[in-house]
Design a protein around this ligand. Structure first.
Ligand code: DQQ
Length: 407
């Protein structure tokens, strides 16, 4: 075991800040980005995450760690991976966890001097501590002859006797790419080829950018899904997913869609839990400016866990994890509320910051129906959730959500 792992710190202390979400997971303090190594191990859900223990900014990333029995209530554990080796001294970047015949194993990206290399770690104590493999990195660098813009983030699975891993990449002047490797023992890897290569000039139905981060390949019913987080010219944009067929080491897309229409959702990872549910969690990146984040002392939240399903129209269906219902408290109910044009209904008794709303609306001939939430007493701050008939879509307008100017 290396020095850094032996000297791992205490459980980080939680900052107390009124602006911190209550039921979305947030870092105890300081910076958090992508979820990593999502796995249910012997009943317990583990979530690792990209973490900077020094402050609320992205720098020399460690792996934070939290555990939960229901994916809703989390207990913070000590930092699990530190950037303390030559090959990862500038950061332990994103990766995944998997079961190697009863031993938990993890693949992550060691980042040093701009180089990105795949690294292996294992746990002998049911994920309480992680040990980096002595022979790291397990792949010395990108495939020879391929001019790549990135070589990071891992999705590992087993097929028969072999292990496979998909790595996020981008081929210069071509587009995003997911590169496939195979191995018999997780230590010696051979390059198989690209699973899929994008076209950076493609804009319809959406831009797929110059580099694909955090690839996640999985089967859902009789389809395969490949999700990627699209980076374009070094700007992380959004997460997209392809639905199609993965066979003979290639992915044949039938369609590509955005996974989430918000501007914050990025770098999700999915896993199969012990009940066979495919659950996805993403990083909700901040829209506050950098100074506001540093001042608050924390940055980033995780999305609510979503249960995925393949819909009949070939797109992903996503439902909030049913365990969220355990957070429900008092129930308020109103029925048969009729609203004329421009009229509003203000439920007097209902106030609070943590409210679940279930609303059935008959639009009649209305063009739009909406709801103000998180309103300040004088309504200088409010968030508008609406349905517009013309777009046939639910939207959320956060332009007046905060007076701080960095909502
Ligand atoms: N975040 C990690 C990378 C990944 C990016 C670095 C996506 O491994 O590509 O913190 O947000």
């Amino acid at each position: 075991m290396n020095e850094g792992n032996r000297e791992r710190g205490e459980v980080p202390e939680r900052t107390d800040d009124a602006q911190k979400p209550e039921y979305h997971y947030t870092p105890p303090a300081n910076w958090m980005n992508d979820p990593n190594g999502l796995i249910q191990w012997k009943g317990l859900y583990h979530m690792f995450y990209q973490y900077n223990p020094l402050g609320a900014y992205h720098y020399r990333i460690h792996w934070g760690h939290a555990v939960s029995l229901d994916l809703i209530h989390w207990t913070d554990l000590p930092v699990a991976l530190l950037p303390d080796e030559m090959y990862d001294q500038d950061g332990c970047w994103s990766g995944c966890a998997f079961d190697n015949e009863g031993v938990p194993a993890l693949m992550y990206t060691g980042f040093t001097d701009g180089q990105q290399v795949p690294c292996l770690a294992t746990s002998q104590d049911d994920l309480q501590t992680l040990t980096k493999y002595r022979g790291n990195p397990v792949i010395a660098g990108p495939p020879e002859g391929l001019d790549v813009l990135g070589f990071r983030d891992h999705c590992v699975w087993r097929e028969g006797e072999m292990w496979y891993q998909a790595i996020g990449s981008g081929i210069r002047d071509v587009g995003g790419a997911v590169l496939l490797y195979s191995s018999a023992d997780l230590k010696a890897w051979e390059y198989v080829g690209p699973i899929l290569v994008g076209d950076k000039h493609q804009t319809e139905p959406l831009l797929t950018g110059t580099m694909w981060e955090c690839p996640d390949l999985f089967r859902l019913d009789d389809k395969h899904v490949l999700s990627i987080s699209v980076e374009h010219e070094s700007q992380p944009l959004y997460t997209a997913y392809f639905v199609g067929k993965y066979a003979n080491y290639r992915f044949e897309p039938e369609g590509i869609y955005r996974l989430d229409y918000g501007t914050s959702f990025y770098a999700p990872q999915s896993f199969l839990d012990e009940r066979g549910r495919r659950i996805l969690i993403g990083w909700l990146r901040e829209e506050r400016d950098g100074d506001a984040q540093r001042e608050a002392g924390w940055s980033g939240a995780m999305s609510i866990p979503r249960v995925l399903e393949m819909r009949e129209d070939g797109k992903l269906g996503m439902k909030p994890l049913p365990e969220l219902e355990s957070l429900r408290g008092e129930v308020y109910e109103w029925r048969d509320v009729a609203l004329g044009d421009g009229e509003a209904f203000v439920p007097d008794d209902l106030a609070g910051e943590l409210v679940e709303l279930e609303i059935d609306v008959e639009l009649g001939d209305a063009e739009e129906f909406g709801l103000y939430v998180r309103c300040s007493p004088e309504r200088e701050e409010l968030t508008y959730i609406y349905f517009r008939r013309a777009d046939a879509m639910v939207g959320i307008d956060t332009s007046r959500a905060s007076l701080s100017g960095s909502a």
